[in-house]
Design a protein around this ligand. Structure first.
Ligand code: GLN
Length: 341
């Protein structure tokens, strides 16, 4: 690219847009704007206010490198290290999936349904089962205290415990923690590198300590700790392996394969996750899953076969694609017969 000798910010933007467009970059203008904001360390409104200032020529080399990376196909979010989700800033790197706008709808639904389910800010649990004892051990409760609470434990009200499976950047769990200060959040991922980013994002958004992060495969860490989850939310990898070739290069070449592919038919992680639900101390009252195109009815059937629900909803995204499957039970959590020894 060529840049005139003393370009303004606006001129640098116009030139960068057409440079990126020439390299067939999608949304070239908005990428140019984001990269310019990143280079200057400015917000969007600051950029618009300072449009006519001179471009910092001493940053020209750096600017060219940013544009080259974008022109080569790297997602702009990895270049600038950030993606906004539900109005909050999330740090991203190639160890995590870039949070997508459709996932905001999943969070929104979970917030709405969760508030309906736990309208007084608490979940009502029967606590006289093996799972509850495990949960209390996990929470380090003293045996004498447990004794003293006696029958009260049967109907004690507690803040709901919501688990986000496959934390990635932490977009789902961190947003839920910000939106619902009365909920307890847990979030797990099999990738330690993803968990490190998710923890950063909890800190960055002021909910450090409100989200407990666990390393492990799907529901395993919760099963092992005997935790009683009120809700399970997940946007698991769901792209069928055979579809890899058809993906946009930005996704295929840059986003982590472990966050993208869901086995042969894309449903592998739903199968495993839904099978694991029965191993939890109790069946959650809410399960909210994001799904790929054409997968909603298969996932809804799997959920319906796994437990009794009051409703299993399929929710389309803004493009009209069935994108979320949400199963809800409005009465008390079912005891899992399998958990009684
Ligand atoms: N939960 C994260 C998100 O929705 C990561 C999902 C994933 O890696 N499949 O963005």
């Amino acid at each position: 690219m060529t840049v005139e000798r003393k370009p303004t910010i606006r001129e640098a933007y116009v030139e960068a847009s057409s440079f990126l467009q020439g390299h067939r970059v999608n949304e070239a203008a908005s990428c140019a704007e984001l990269l310019l904001q990143h280079l200057c360390g400015w917000s969007r409104s600051e950029l618009l206010l300072r449009w006519q200032e001179l471009f910092p020529v001493e940053r020209l080399e750096e600017w060219r490198r940013l544009l080259e990376r974008k022109a080569a196909g790297e997602p702009v979010q990895y270049i600038i290290g950030e993606q906004e989700f539900y109005g909050l800033p999330f740090t991203v790197n190639p160890a995590v999936l870039i949070p997508r706008p459709e996932t905001e709808l999943l969070v929104e639904q979970v917030v709405l349904l969760g508030r309906k389910l736990w309208s007084d800010g608490s979940a009502r649990h029967k606590r006289n089962d093996v799972g509850a004892d495990h949960a209390e051990r996990a929470a380090d409760r003293k045996p004498d205290m447990r004794q003293a609470e006696g029958e009260l434990r049967l109907q004690r009200r507690e803040p709901p415990l919501v688990a986000d499976i496959g934390a990635g950047s932490g977009a789902i769990a961190v947003t839920l923690a910000v939106q619902c200060p009365e909920w307890r959040l847990m979030s797990s991922d099999i990738s330690p590198a993803a968990l490190a980013i998710a923890r950063d994002n909890a800190r960055r958004n002021g909910v450090e300590g409100r989200v407990a992060f666990l390393e492990g495969d799907l529901l395993k860490p919760y099963i092992e700790q005997g935790l009683r989850l009120d809700a399970v939310v997940s946007n698991p990898p769901y792209i069928p392996e055979a579809d890899e070739e058809g993906l946009q290069p930005e996704v295929r070449l840059y986003e982590p394969p472990s966050a993208l592919y869901g086995g042969k038919d894309g449903l592998e992680l739903y199968r495993r996750l839904i099978a694991q639900l029965a191993e939890l101390a109790a069946m959650p009252s809410l399960v909210g899953l994001e799904v790929g195109m054409g997968q909603a009815s298969a996932v809804a059937q799997m959920l319906s076969a796994a437990a009794k629900w009051d409703e299993v909803q399929i929710i389309p995204d803004l493009a009209g694609i069935d994108r979320h499957v949400i199963a809800v039970r409005y009465n008390e959590p079912e005891m899992q017969t399998g958990s009684v020894e």
